[in-house]
Ligand binder design. Structure first.
Ligand code: FMN
Length: 165
């Protein structure tokens, strides 16, 4: 089975709600794809290579991901070169509409690109990955759910190409 890790940091629950909705979207996929939903503190970095997809979520802290998520990325150097062809994605919450949520998503995607992961934009809706301003509203939750399904279908297709050597 194709397996995607949805890994997030959340202090006051906003990013967590987004993560839960993304995981629901993954489980909703018609393909045989499952979601592992985990807070970053529960993620064992040595297990990252077991996944076909990795979606990271963070609150926006000064326009960037929270240190807890950055720590995981820094520790992931132990797998450098081994996460190639894994499908990646990112999402972020913020307090303000132009408070840096997109720069946070892009910062996460930049790190995943360095791992050689496959990143796909979305022509509709939240192009880089879902964002929420404050408590996610219906539109934002819908974007999260759509993103989960979207990445589940992509991960399923990529796993069938058998690109990992
Ligand atoms: C240290 C810190 C820095 C923050 N920096 C920003 C920021 O640059 N822009 C913004 O819009 N919100 C900022 N926020 C607000 C959080 O991004 C926002 O409340 C977020 O939704 C919290 O996510 P959580 O509920 O998952 O913890 C900051 C909050 C903290 C604690």
């Amino acid at each position: 089975m194709t397996n995607i890790l949805v890994c997030y940091y959340s202090k006051s629950g906003t990013t967590e709600k987004m993560a839960e909705e993304i995981a629901r979207g993954i489980e909703e996929s018609e393909n045989d794809v499952s979601a592992d939903l985990k807070q970053v503190s529960d993620v064992d970095v040595s297990k990252l290579i077991d996944y076909d997809g990795l979606i990271l979520g963070s609150p926006t802290y000064y326009g960037l991901p929270a240190a807890e998520i950055k720590k995981l990325l820094d520790e992931s150097i132990t797998h450098h070169g081994k996460l190639e062809w894994v499908v990646g994605g990112a999402f972020a919450s913020s307090a303000n509409p132009a408070g840096g949520n997109e720069t946070t998503v892009l910062a996460l995607l930049e790190s995943l690109l360095i791992h050689g992961m496959i990143i796909k934009g979305m022509p509709k809706g939240d192009h880089y990955g879902p964002v929420a301003i404050g408590d996610p509203d219906d539109r934002e939750l819908k974007q999260c759910r759509y993103y989960g399904r979207f990445l589940a279908d992509l991960t399923d297709r990529v796993s069938k190409w058998n690109l990992k050597k």
